[in-house]
Design a protein around this ligand. Structure first.
Ligand SMILES: Cc1cc2nc3c(=O)[nH]c(=O)nc-3n(C[C@H](O)[C@H](O)[C@H](O)COP(=O)(O)O)c2cc1C
Ligand code: SF4
Length: 448
Protein backbone atom coordinates (compact mmCIF):
# COMPACT_ATOMS: atom_id res chain seq x y z
CA UNK A 1 0.00 0.00 0.00
CA UNK A 2 1.31 3.47 -0.94
CA UNK A 3 0.53 5.83 1.92
CA UNK A 4 0.40 9.56 1.28
CA UNK A 5 1.99 11.91 3.75
CA UNK A 6 -0.88 13.23 5.88
CA UNK A 7 -1.68 16.80 4.90
CA UNK A 8 -5.19 17.60 6.02
CA UNK A 9 -4.65 15.51 9.12
CA UNK A 10 -1.00 16.39 9.71
CA UNK A 11 -1.84 17.69 13.20
CA UNK A 12 -4.49 15.04 13.87
CA UNK A 13 -3.12 11.55 14.63
CA UNK A 14 -4.98 9.11 12.34
CA UNK A 15 -4.62 5.47 11.34
CA UNK A 16 -2.61 4.05 9.66
CA UNK A 17 0.07 6.73 10.14
CA UNK A 18 -0.44 7.26 13.85
CA UNK A 19 -2.60 6.27 16.77
CA UNK A 20 -5.58 8.60 17.23
CA UNK A 21 -5.54 8.32 21.04
CA UNK A 22 -3.38 11.46 21.42
CA UNK A 23 -5.76 13.76 19.58
CA UNK A 24 -6.45 17.20 21.01
CA UNK A 25 -7.77 20.52 19.75
CA UNK A 26 -4.91 22.37 18.05
CA UNK A 27 -4.81 25.90 19.49
CA UNK A 28 -3.80 29.05 17.59
CA UNK A 29 -0.33 28.94 19.21
CA UNK A 30 0.26 25.31 18.33
CA UNK A 31 -1.06 25.90 14.81
CA UNK A 32 1.32 28.79 14.14
CA UNK A 33 4.29 26.92 15.67
CA UNK A 34 3.72 24.10 13.16
CA UNK A 35 3.57 26.25 10.02
CA UNK A 36 -0.04 27.38 10.35
CA UNK A 37 -1.08 30.67 8.68
CA UNK A 38 2.14 30.69 6.62
CA UNK A 39 0.10 29.88 3.50
CA UNK A 40 -2.10 32.90 4.25
CA UNK A 41 1.00 35.09 4.42
CA UNK A 42 2.16 33.64 1.11
CA UNK A 43 -1.27 34.24 -0.42
CA UNK A 44 -1.23 37.86 0.75
CA UNK A 45 2.05 38.36 -1.14
CA UNK A 46 0.18 37.44 -4.31
CA UNK A 47 -2.62 39.29 -6.10
CA UNK A 48 -6.07 37.78 -5.45
CA UNK A 49 -6.25 36.78 -9.13
CA UNK A 50 -2.99 34.84 -8.77
CA UNK A 51 -4.32 32.92 -5.76
CA UNK A 52 -7.51 32.13 -7.66
CA UNK A 53 -5.50 30.98 -10.68
CA UNK A 54 -3.43 28.65 -8.46
CA UNK A 55 -6.53 26.99 -7.02
CA UNK A 56 -7.99 26.73 -10.53
CA UNK A 57 -4.81 25.17 -11.93
CA UNK A 58 -4.78 22.64 -9.10
CA UNK A 59 -8.25 21.40 -10.12
CA UNK A 60 -9.33 21.28 -6.49
CA UNK A 61 -12.68 19.52 -6.79
CA UNK A 62 -15.32 20.27 -4.17
CA UNK A 63 -15.37 17.82 -1.27
CA UNK A 64 -19.04 18.41 -0.35
CA UNK A 65 -20.56 15.94 -2.79
CA UNK A 66 -20.74 17.26 -6.33
CA UNK A 67 -16.99 17.50 -7.06
CA UNK A 68 -17.32 20.86 -8.79
CA UNK A 69 -13.88 22.53 -9.15
CA UNK A 70 -13.47 25.27 -6.53
CA UNK A 71 -11.30 27.58 -8.66
CA UNK A 72 -13.81 27.51 -11.50
CA UNK A 73 -16.67 28.27 -9.09
CA UNK A 74 -14.70 31.18 -7.65
CA UNK A 75 -14.14 32.55 -11.15
CA UNK A 76 -17.93 32.74 -11.71
CA UNK A 77 -18.31 35.40 -9.00
CA UNK A 78 -19.99 38.59 -10.12
CA UNK A 79 -17.48 41.48 -10.26
CA UNK A 80 -17.21 43.88 -7.32
CA UNK A 81 -19.85 46.61 -7.53
CA UNK A 82 -19.27 48.44 -4.23
CA UNK A 83 -22.95 47.98 -3.33
CA UNK A 84 -22.52 45.77 -0.26
CA UNK A 85 -20.93 42.68 1.21
CA UNK A 86 -19.81 39.62 -0.70
CA UNK A 87 -20.06 36.37 1.20
CA UNK A 88 -18.35 33.05 1.79
CA UNK A 89 -20.61 30.38 3.28
CA UNK A 90 -18.83 27.36 4.66
CA UNK A 91 -20.93 24.24 4.48
CA UNK A 92 -20.50 22.14 7.64
CA UNK A 93 -23.98 20.66 7.60
CA UNK A 94 -22.59 17.15 7.16
CA UNK A 95 -25.97 15.45 7.48
CA UNK A 96 -25.44 12.82 4.78
CA UNK A 97 -25.88 9.45 6.51
CA UNK A 98 -22.53 7.75 7.12
CA UNK A 99 -20.56 10.95 6.57
CA UNK A 100 -18.20 12.14 9.29
CA UNK A 101 -15.16 13.80 7.80
CA UNK A 102 -15.62 17.57 8.19
CA UNK A 103 -16.23 16.93 11.87
CA UNK A 104 -12.70 15.52 12.28
CA UNK A 105 -11.19 18.80 11.05
CA UNK A 106 -13.49 20.97 13.16
CA UNK A 107 -12.95 18.79 16.23
CA UNK A 108 -9.16 18.92 16.15
CA UNK A 109 -7.74 21.43 13.67
CA UNK A 110 -10.21 24.33 13.33
CA UNK A 111 -7.50 26.86 12.39
CA UNK A 112 -6.68 24.88 9.23
CA UNK A 113 -10.24 25.60 8.09
CA UNK A 114 -9.99 29.25 9.16
CA UNK A 115 -6.77 29.64 7.17
CA UNK A 116 -8.54 28.23 4.10
CA UNK A 117 -11.44 30.62 4.71
CA UNK A 118 -9.15 33.64 4.92
CA UNK A 119 -7.30 32.65 1.73
CA UNK A 120 -10.57 32.06 -0.15
CA UNK A 121 -11.86 35.47 0.98
CA UNK A 122 -8.66 37.11 -0.25
CA UNK A 123 -8.75 35.29 -3.60
CA UNK A 124 -12.41 36.10 -4.22
CA UNK A 125 -12.53 39.52 -2.50
CA UNK A 126 -15.16 38.47 0.00
CA UNK A 127 -15.62 40.34 3.26
CA UNK A 128 -17.98 38.22 5.36
CA UNK A 129 -17.77 34.48 6.13
CA UNK A 130 -20.58 32.42 7.66
CA UNK A 131 -19.59 29.06 9.05
CA UNK A 132 -22.84 27.07 8.83
CA UNK A 133 -22.71 24.08 11.17
CA UNK A 134 -25.36 21.42 11.69
CA UNK A 135 -27.49 21.75 14.80
CA UNK A 136 -26.38 18.43 16.26
CA UNK A 137 -22.71 19.50 16.31
CA UNK A 138 -22.99 21.30 19.69
CA UNK A 139 -19.41 20.64 20.78
CA UNK A 140 -18.02 21.40 17.33
CA UNK A 141 -19.84 24.74 17.19
CA UNK A 142 -18.15 25.72 20.46
CA UNK A 143 -14.73 24.58 19.20
CA UNK A 144 -15.20 26.67 16.07
CA UNK A 145 -16.39 29.71 18.00
CA UNK A 146 -13.34 29.53 20.26
CA UNK A 147 -10.98 29.21 17.28
CA UNK A 148 -12.64 32.18 15.57
CA UNK A 149 -12.16 34.23 18.76
CA UNK A 150 -8.47 33.27 18.74
CA UNK A 151 -8.21 34.29 15.09
CA UNK A 152 -9.87 37.66 15.85
CA UNK A 153 -7.44 38.18 18.76
CA UNK A 154 -4.55 37.44 16.41
CA UNK A 155 -5.86 39.95 13.86
CA UNK A 156 -6.69 37.38 11.16
CA UNK A 157 -10.33 38.51 11.21
CA UNK A 158 -11.81 41.84 12.24
CA UNK A 159 -12.19 45.43 11.14
CA UNK A 160 -8.52 46.34 11.52
CA UNK A 161 -7.82 43.93 8.67
CA UNK A 162 -4.66 42.28 7.44
CA UNK A 163 -2.36 44.50 5.43
CA UNK A 164 -0.89 43.72 2.03
CA UNK A 165 1.42 46.65 1.42
CA UNK A 166 -0.96 49.58 1.80
CA UNK A 167 -3.97 47.47 0.85
CA UNK A 168 -6.28 46.44 3.71
CA UNK A 169 -8.03 43.08 3.72
CA UNK A 170 -10.71 42.72 6.41
CA UNK A 171 -13.05 39.78 6.94
CA UNK A 172 -15.74 39.22 9.55
CA UNK A 173 -16.36 35.56 10.41
CA UNK A 174 -19.42 34.15 12.20
CA UNK A 175 -20.71 30.73 13.23
CA UNK A 176 -24.32 30.06 12.23
CA UNK A 177 -25.89 26.98 13.80
CA UNK A 178 -28.45 24.93 11.86
CA UNK A 179 -31.56 23.43 13.41
CA UNK A 180 -31.12 19.84 12.26
CA UNK A 181 -32.54 19.59 8.71
CA UNK A 182 -30.59 17.65 6.05
CA UNK A 183 -31.90 19.96 3.35
CA UNK A 184 -29.93 22.88 4.83
CA UNK A 185 -26.80 21.18 3.42
CA UNK A 186 -28.06 21.95 -0.09
CA UNK A 187 -26.29 25.19 -0.86
CA UNK A 188 -29.32 27.39 -1.48
CA UNK A 189 -31.28 25.79 1.39
CA UNK A 190 -28.25 26.78 3.49
CA UNK A 191 -28.46 30.38 2.26
CA UNK A 192 -32.17 30.54 3.14
CA UNK A 193 -31.40 29.15 6.60
CA UNK A 194 -28.68 31.74 7.24
CA UNK A 195 -31.17 34.42 6.18
CA UNK A 196 -33.40 33.14 8.99
CA UNK A 197 -35.95 31.46 6.77
CA UNK A 198 -37.11 27.88 6.28
CA UNK A 199 -34.31 25.94 4.51
CA UNK A 200 -36.05 25.60 1.16
CA UNK A 201 -33.71 25.23 -1.82
CA UNK A 202 -33.98 27.96 -4.45
CA UNK A 203 -34.63 27.47 -8.14
CA UNK A 204 -31.35 27.96 -10.06
CA UNK A 205 -30.25 29.99 -11.97
CA UNK A 206 -29.38 32.47 -10.60
CA UNK A 207 -26.53 30.62 -8.91
CA UNK A 208 -25.15 31.89 -5.59
CA UNK A 209 -21.98 33.28 -7.24
CA UNK A 210 -24.21 35.82 -8.95
CA UNK A 211 -27.10 36.19 -6.48
CA UNK A 212 -26.61 34.40 -3.18
CA UNK A 213 -26.85 35.36 0.47
CA UNK A 214 -29.05 38.45 0.94
CA UNK A 215 -29.07 38.74 -2.86
CA UNK A 216 -25.31 39.35 -3.00
CA UNK A 217 -22.51 37.38 -4.74
CA UNK A 218 -21.70 34.35 -2.60
CA UNK A 219 -19.41 31.34 -2.66
CA UNK A 220 -20.52 28.17 -0.90
CA UNK A 221 -17.79 25.65 -0.19
CA UNK A 222 -17.45 22.55 1.89
CA UNK A 223 -15.21 22.53 4.99
CA UNK A 224 -12.75 20.01 3.56
CA UNK A 225 -12.49 21.90 0.25
CA UNK A 226 -11.41 25.03 2.10
CA UNK A 227 -9.08 23.08 4.40
CA UNK A 228 -7.21 21.86 1.31
CA UNK A 229 -6.51 25.38 0.05
CA UNK A 230 -3.58 26.28 2.41
CA UNK A 231 -1.58 23.21 1.37
CA UNK A 232 -2.08 24.01 -2.33
CA UNK A 233 -0.82 27.57 -1.78
CA UNK A 234 2.06 26.43 0.45
CA UNK A 235 3.27 23.45 -1.60
CA UNK A 236 2.17 24.35 -5.10
CA UNK A 237 0.08 22.92 -7.88
CA UNK A 238 2.60 20.28 -9.02
CA UNK A 239 2.70 18.76 -5.54
CA UNK A 240 -1.12 18.66 -5.33
CA UNK A 241 -1.35 17.01 -8.73
CA UNK A 242 1.23 14.37 -7.74
CA UNK A 243 -1.44 12.82 -5.48
CA UNK A 244 -4.54 11.18 -6.92
CA UNK A 245 -5.37 9.93 -10.40
CA UNK A 246 -5.91 11.23 -13.91
CA UNK A 247 -9.25 10.81 -15.64
CA UNK A 248 -9.83 7.50 -17.46
CA UNK A 249 -12.24 9.23 -19.84
CA UNK A 250 -10.16 12.24 -20.88
CA UNK A 251 -12.09 14.46 -18.46
CA UNK A 252 -11.30 16.22 -15.22
CA UNK A 253 -8.80 14.44 -12.96
CA UNK A 254 -9.19 13.55 -9.27
CA UNK A 255 -6.22 15.13 -7.52
CA UNK A 256 -5.18 15.40 -3.92
CA UNK A 257 -5.68 13.61 -0.63
CA UNK A 258 -9.25 12.98 0.54
CA UNK A 259 -10.79 12.34 3.91
CA UNK A 260 -12.73 9.08 3.84
CA UNK A 261 -14.94 8.19 6.77
CA UNK A 262 -15.60 4.46 6.72
CA UNK A 263 -18.43 2.94 8.75
CA UNK A 264 -20.24 -0.39 8.84
CA UNK A 265 -18.95 -3.94 9.05
CA UNK A 266 -15.19 -3.34 9.23
CA UNK A 267 -12.80 -4.00 12.09
CA UNK A 268 -11.70 -0.41 12.56
CA UNK A 269 -14.25 2.15 11.39
CA UNK A 270 -12.93 5.69 11.27
CA UNK A 271 -11.95 8.68 9.20
CA UNK A 272 -8.76 8.31 7.16
CA UNK A 273 -6.79 10.50 4.80
CA UNK A 274 -6.17 8.54 1.62
CA UNK A 275 -5.16 9.41 -1.94
CA UNK A 276 -8.05 9.79 -4.37
CA UNK A 277 -8.21 6.71 -6.56
CA UNK A 278 -7.52 4.22 -3.77
CA UNK A 279 -9.63 1.08 -4.20
CA UNK A 280 -12.43 0.43 -1.74
CA UNK A 281 -10.81 -2.94 -0.99
CA UNK A 282 -7.50 -1.26 -0.03
CA UNK A 283 -9.34 1.25 2.12
CA UNK A 284 -11.13 -1.54 3.98
CA UNK A 285 -8.15 -3.87 4.29
CA UNK A 286 -5.24 -1.48 4.82
CA UNK A 287 -6.88 1.33 6.77
CA UNK A 288 -9.82 -0.38 8.49
CA UNK A 289 -8.19 -3.71 9.39
CA UNK A 290 -10.41 -5.73 7.02
CA UNK A 291 -13.98 -6.97 7.17
CA UNK A 292 -15.40 -7.51 10.66
CA UNK A 293 -15.22 -11.13 11.90
CA UNK A 294 -13.63 -12.15 8.58
CA UNK A 295 -17.02 -11.99 6.84
CA UNK A 296 -17.37 -11.49 3.07
CA UNK A 297 -18.02 -8.11 1.46
CA UNK A 298 -21.56 -7.85 0.14
CA UNK A 299 -21.85 -4.21 -0.93
CA UNK A 300 -21.31 -0.63 0.17
CA UNK A 301 -22.92 2.75 0.14
CA UNK A 302 -20.44 4.53 -2.09
CA UNK A 303 -20.08 7.95 -0.51
CA UNK A 304 -23.19 8.86 1.39
CA UNK A 305 -26.58 7.23 0.87
CA UNK A 306 -27.47 9.68 -1.92
CA UNK A 307 -24.86 8.18 -4.20
CA UNK A 308 -26.41 4.70 -4.29
CA UNK A 309 -24.67 1.41 -3.61
CA UNK A 310 -21.78 -0.61 -4.98
CA UNK A 311 -22.56 -4.28 -5.65
CA UNK A 312 -20.75 -7.38 -4.46
CA UNK A 313 -18.54 -7.41 -7.58
CA UNK A 314 -17.48 -3.77 -7.11
CA UNK A 315 -15.19 -4.12 -4.08
CA UNK A 316 -12.25 -3.02 -6.26
CA UNK A 317 -13.94 0.24 -7.28
CA UNK A 318 -11.50 3.15 -7.38
CA UNK A 319 -12.57 5.92 -5.01
CA UNK A 320 -12.25 8.87 -7.37
CA UNK A 321 -14.63 11.34 -8.98
CA UNK A 322 -15.28 8.95 -11.90
CA UNK A 323 -16.67 6.16 -9.72
CA UNK A 324 -20.17 7.13 -10.85
CA UNK A 325 -19.47 6.56 -14.51
CA UNK A 326 -17.53 3.37 -13.88
CA UNK A 327 -19.72 1.70 -11.26
CA UNK A 328 -23.27 2.89 -11.94
CA UNK A 329 -23.58 5.07 -8.84
CA UNK A 330 -24.35 8.78 -8.79
CA UNK A 331 -20.79 9.78 -7.88
CA UNK A 332 -18.12 9.85 -5.22
CA UNK A 333 -20.27 12.05 -2.99
CA UNK A 334 -18.57 12.62 0.33
CA UNK A 335 -16.25 9.60 -0.14
CA UNK A 336 -17.51 8.18 3.14
CA UNK A 337 -18.50 4.57 2.41
CA UNK A 338 -20.63 2.32 4.61
CA UNK A 339 -19.60 -1.31 4.24
CA UNK A 340 -22.05 -4.23 4.35
CA UNK A 341 -21.09 -7.83 5.04
CA UNK A 342 -22.68 -10.99 3.69
CA UNK A 343 -25.36 -11.08 6.44
CA UNK A 344 -26.82 -7.67 5.62
CA UNK A 345 -30.50 -7.45 4.71
CA UNK A 346 -30.50 -5.15 1.66
CA UNK A 347 -34.29 -4.77 1.73
CA UNK A 348 -34.06 -3.40 5.27
CA UNK A 349 -31.26 -1.07 4.12
CA UNK A 350 -33.46 0.21 1.29
CA UNK A 351 -36.41 0.81 3.62
CA UNK A 352 -34.20 2.64 6.09
CA UNK A 353 -32.75 4.89 3.34
CA UNK A 354 -36.25 5.59 2.00
CA UNK A 355 -37.44 6.58 5.47
CA UNK A 356 -34.58 9.06 5.71
CA UNK A 357 -35.44 10.73 2.38
CA UNK A 358 -39.16 10.80 3.22
CA UNK A 359 -38.45 12.55 6.52
CA UNK A 360 -35.97 15.00 5.03
CA UNK A 361 -37.84 16.05 1.86
CA UNK A 362 -38.65 19.74 2.24
CA UNK A 363 -41.93 19.21 0.37
CA UNK A 364 -41.65 21.89 -2.31
CA UNK A 365 -41.67 19.49 -5.29
CA UNK A 366 -44.50 17.00 -5.77
CA UNK A 367 -42.39 14.10 -7.15
CA UNK A 368 -40.05 14.28 -4.14
CA UNK A 369 -42.68 14.95 -1.47
CA UNK A 370 -45.20 12.33 -2.68
CA UNK A 371 -42.75 9.93 -4.31
CA UNK A 372 -40.67 9.62 -1.13
CA UNK A 373 -43.77 8.55 0.81
CA UNK A 374 -44.82 6.01 -1.84
CA UNK A 375 -41.31 4.55 -1.99
CA UNK A 376 -41.22 4.16 1.78
CA UNK A 377 -44.65 2.48 1.86
CA UNK A 378 -43.75 0.11 -0.97
CA UNK A 379 -40.49 -0.89 0.70
CA UNK A 380 -42.25 -1.43 4.01
CA UNK A 381 -44.67 -3.79 2.24
CA UNK A 382 -41.80 -5.59 0.50
CA UNK A 383 -39.88 -5.99 3.77
CA UNK A 384 -42.99 -7.42 5.49
CA UNK A 385 -43.57 -9.89 2.63
CA UNK A 386 -46.91 -8.29 1.65
CA UNK A 387 -45.88 -7.01 -1.80
CA UNK A 388 -45.97 -8.46 -5.30
CA UNK A 389 -43.57 -8.38 -8.26
CA UNK A 390 -45.69 -5.54 -9.65
CA UNK A 391 -44.92 -3.43 -6.54
CA UNK A 392 -41.22 -3.96 -7.21
CA UNK A 393 -41.61 -2.58 -10.73
CA UNK A 394 -43.67 0.38 -9.48
CA UNK A 395 -40.99 1.06 -6.88
CA UNK A 396 -38.26 1.33 -9.52
CA UNK A 397 -40.51 3.38 -11.80
CA UNK A 398 -41.35 5.92 -9.08
CA UNK A 399 -37.72 6.21 -7.95
CA UNK A 400 -36.47 6.64 -11.52
CA UNK A 401 -38.83 9.51 -12.26
CA UNK A 402 -37.73 11.89 -9.52
CA UNK A 403 -34.77 14.23 -9.37
CA UNK A 404 -32.93 17.21 -10.70
CA UNK A 405 -31.38 15.06 -13.41
CA UNK A 406 -34.89 13.98 -14.47
CA UNK A 407 -35.91 17.63 -14.59
CA UNK A 408 -38.71 17.10 -12.06
CA UNK A 409 -37.37 18.68 -8.86
CA UNK A 410 -35.64 21.82 -7.57
CA UNK A 411 -32.75 20.13 -5.82
CA UNK A 412 -30.71 16.96 -5.69
CA UNK A 413 -32.26 15.41 -2.59
CA UNK A 414 -34.71 13.53 -4.81
CA UNK A 415 -31.83 12.25 -6.97
CA UNK A 416 -30.36 10.79 -3.79
CA UNK A 417 -33.57 8.88 -3.11
CA UNK A 418 -33.72 7.79 -6.76
CA UNK A 419 -30.14 6.44 -6.81
CA UNK A 420 -30.20 4.83 -3.38
CA UNK A 421 -33.39 2.85 -4.04
CA UNK A 422 -32.75 2.06 -7.71
CA UNK A 423 -29.19 0.80 -7.25
CA UNK A 424 -30.19 -1.28 -4.23
CA UNK A 425 -33.00 -2.97 -6.17
CA UNK A 426 -31.02 -3.35 -9.41
CA UNK A 427 -27.82 -4.68 -7.83
CA UNK A 428 -29.55 -6.98 -5.32
CA UNK A 429 -32.68 -7.82 -7.31
CA UNK A 430 -32.87 -11.57 -6.40
CA UNK A 431 -32.98 -10.60 -2.70
CA UNK A 432 -35.93 -8.28 -3.33
CA UNK A 433 -37.65 -10.84 -5.54
CA UNK A 434 -37.43 -13.47 -2.82
CA UNK A 435 -39.46 -11.13 -0.56
CA UNK A 436 -42.36 -10.53 -2.98
CA UNK A 437 -45.19 -12.72 -4.22
CA UNK A 438 -46.03 -13.18 -7.89
CA UNK A 439 -48.48 -10.56 -9.15
CA UNK A 440 -51.97 -12.08 -9.40
CA UNK A 441 -54.17 -10.84 -12.24
CA UNK A 442 -57.85 -11.79 -11.77
CA UNK A 443 -59.07 -14.05 -14.59
CA UNK A 444 -61.80 -11.61 -15.72
CA UNK A 445 -59.09 -8.95 -16.38
CA UNK A 446 -56.87 -11.15 -18.55
CA UNK A 447 -57.22 -10.22 -22.24
CA UNK A 448 -58.67 -13.09 -24.24
C1 LIG B 1 -29.76 17.40 -0.22
C2 LIG B 1 -28.36 17.90 -0.27
C3 LIG B 1 -27.59 17.93 0.88
C4 LIG B 1 -26.28 18.40 0.84
N1 LIG B 1 -25.55 18.39 2.00
C5 LIG B 1 -24.29 18.89 1.98
C6 LIG B 1 -23.53 18.94 3.19
O1 LIG B 1 -23.97 18.53 4.26
N2 LIG B 1 -22.27 19.45 3.12
C7 LIG B 1 -21.74 19.93 1.93
O2 LIG B 1 -20.62 20.42 1.92
N3 LIG B 1 -22.43 19.87 0.79
C8 LIG B 1 -23.70 19.38 0.79
N4 LIG B 1 -24.42 19.37 -0.37
C9 LIG B 1 -23.79 19.93 -1.60
C10 LIG B 1 -23.96 21.46 -1.61
O3 LIG B 1 -25.18 21.76 -2.25
C11 LIG B 1 -22.82 22.15 -2.38
O4 LIG B 1 -22.67 21.54 -3.62
C12 LIG B 1 -21.49 22.12 -1.63
O5 LIG B 1 -21.61 22.61 -0.33
C13 LIG B 1 -20.47 22.96 -2.40
O6 LIG B 1 -19.21 22.86 -1.79
P1 LIG B 1 -17.96 22.21 -2.55
O7 LIG B 1 -18.02 22.69 -3.97
O8 LIG B 1 -16.79 22.71 -1.80
O9 LIG B 1 -18.13 20.73 -2.48
C14 LIG B 1 -25.73 18.87 -0.37
C15 LIG B 1 -26.50 18.82 -1.54
C16 LIG B 1 -27.79 18.34 -1.49
C17 LIG B 1 -28.59 18.28 -2.76
S1 SF4 C 1 -36.25 17.88 -4.41
FE1 SF4 C 1 -37.26 17.48 -2.47
S2 SF4 C 1 -35.93 18.40 -0.96
FE2 SF4 C 1 -35.33 19.29 -2.93
S3 SF4 C 1 -36.54 21.15 -3.12
FE3 SF4 C 1 -37.75 19.53 -4.04
S4 SF4 C 1 -39.06 18.75 -2.39
FE4 SF4 C 1 -37.43 19.95 -1.46
Amino acid sequence: MKLVEPILTQRIPCFPHADPKDRHIVSYDEFTKTGGYEALEKALDLEPAQVLATVKDAVLRGRGGAGFPAGLKWSFLAPEDGKGSRYLCINCDEAEPGTFKDRLLVDFDPHLILEGIAIACWACKLDVAYFFIRGEYHHQARVMERAIQEAYAAGIFGKQGLMRGKQKFAVECYVHRGAGAYICGEETGLLEAIEGKRGWPRVKPPFPAVKGLFGRPTIVNNVETLAAVPSIIARGVAWWKSIGVESSFGGMASYGPKLMGVSGHVNRPGCFEAPLGISLRALVNDYCGGMRDGKKFKGAIAGGVSMGVLGTDQFDAAMDFEIGRRCDVLGLGTACPTIFDEDTDMVAIARNCARFFMNESCGQCTPCREGAGWIYKLLTRIERGDATTRDLDVLVEVASSMGLSEGTTICGLADGNNWAVRTLVNKFRPEFERRVKPHFVPVHLVAR
